[in-house]
Design a protein. Structure first.
Length: 184
């Protein structure tokens, strides 16, 4: 829970750690065996595995995680889209990219199971395109770009976070080539 809060899921209150942890364990008891095996990469997942991930994501996103103060009584809080995606990333980093609200909004995703599946499909397609362009396997991309500690889905998230969440567009290939020529 601390890890999720440090990664921006501040709606998961410290006061609700026991409740949220118990809910996460309950969810894991039901869903963990249905997830792809650890180490299976996103580019290797078929429709059945993508469907299972989307269903597991939706179940966790809707799961109660605690409460927030209401005027008359406490208001239930769910894990939500961001915490669910980040929890899946923590469990299956080679298959599940994390995401945040600005990324979802940019792509018109509503946080539903269908939108999470669309995010998985998009990340898989982008990784396949990058790997084909570089002439390497998807699993080799992190080392190729000097990010060996990142999983391929995390590379997609890092790119989207910089570009969408932080508003930093990468330079165009022509600009990079101009830089290369000028540094000789």
């Amino acid at each position: 829970m601390r890890w999720l809060r440090r990664w921006g899921c501040r709606h998961l209150r410290r006061d609700d750690n026991s409740l949220a942890s118990e809910a996460l364990l309950e969810w894991a008891d039901e869903w963990q065996a249905k997830l792809p095996a650890p180490g299976v990469t996103l580019d290797r997942l078929g429709d059945g595995a993508l469907d299972a991930l989307a269903a597991a994501y939706a179940a966790l996103a809707e799961h109660p995680a605690g409460f927030r103060a209401g005027r008359r009584e406490p208001i239930p809080v769910r894990f939500g889209a961001t915490a669910a995606a980040k929890a899946l990333y923590a469990l299956r980093p080679d298959a599940c990219p994390p995401w945040d609200e600005p990324i979802r909004a940019h792509f018109g995703w509503d946080g539903s199971a269908a939108s999470y599946r669309a995010a998985l499909e998009r990340a898989s397609a982008e990784l396949a395109e990058a790997a084909a362009s570089a002439g390497v396997a998807v699993a080799e991309l992190p080392a190729l770009i000097g990010r060996p500690e990142s999983s391929p889905p995390r590379l997609v998230d890092e790119h989207d976070w910089l570009r969408i969440t932080r508003g930093h567009e990468p330079p165009a290939p022509e600009e990079i080539e101009r830089w290369r020529r000028s540094t000789g």
